[in-house]
Design a protein around this ligand. Sequence first.
Ligand code: CA
Length: 232
Amino acid sequence: MSFRIVLIEDEEEIARMVTYFLKKEGLEVQYFLSAEEFLDRLSALTLPDLILLDLMLPGIDGIELFRYLKRDTRFQEVPVIMLTAKDDPVDVVLGLELGAEDYITKPFDLRELLARIRVVKRRTETWERNRDTSRLYRMGDLLLNGDELTLRMGEETVYLSFREFKILELLLRHPKRVFSRAQILDRVWGEESFVSDRIVDVYITNLRKKMGKYANAIVTVRGVGYRFEPYE
Ligand code: CA
């Protein structure tokens, strides 16, 4: 089964380089140099498995295009990884609030990009994998699965983004321990921790939404950060 990626990136050199690299890795890539160019071809386009979307585009910008795609029933469910510049953290937060899957900051390492793509790809693949149980965390009704990036809550299973998983993993592994936003940034974002603390809150909010009735397991510790509260 081929994995189809649409890349929307106005810097042709980057677009070509990324396309070349990903094709070499066996992925199908089609790039567009503007949102307009992409929109012109939209109706004829085979639905991709993933969209890589540069946020800083001339004309219609990435966020605007993303909003548009979220209203399109065909594209609603297609995961989007945002490509962003270091000095543009506001757009990243907005994009994540709108439901983007992940983001990667330019200049990025192509292997890092590939790793993020693989997270998304793994989910769409149906083949049987060997079950590696080393990254399973169980707590009461909750089962966090690091291979599938899923959280099972009783009968229900939700998909997590890579960073949502990392945050939940951190909290679950140390129940009751309080982590400050700075600590979470450091553990989950590492080298990229120039992003604002606010991004942690955005992720926690999204996680809680996904966790539904279990949302209260992530407790806000006012003025400090968050902790995981095990329940009986
Ligand atoms: Ca750009």
